[in-house]
Design a protein around this ligand. Structure first.
Ligand code: SF4
Length: 63
């Protein structure tokens, strides 16, 4: 699993960081997503998928 995060689309809602804090963080400057792990381990795949689904801006996608 590989995650892509488009910071130009992110609106800084923070759902990703709340849902999978091991995988996503937010920039202290503008709140946009910071991808901590591009290829999360299997144990974090479910949470990562949930975060991608919950993102309101469509900034996150899976490969
Ligand atoms: S949930 Fe989506 S819009 Fe919100 S911070 Fe994460 S990537 Fe950005």
């Amino acid at each position: 699993m590989k995650i892509k995060a488009d910071t130009s689309v992110c609106i800084g809602a923070g759902m990703c960081a709340l849902t999978a804090p091991e995988v996503f963080d937010q920039s202290e400057e503008d709140g946009t997503v910071v991808l901590l792990q591009e290829s999360p381990p299997e144990t974090l795949e479910d949470a990562s998928r949930r975060a991608v689904t919950l993102c309101p801006s469509g900034a996150l996608s899976l490969e």
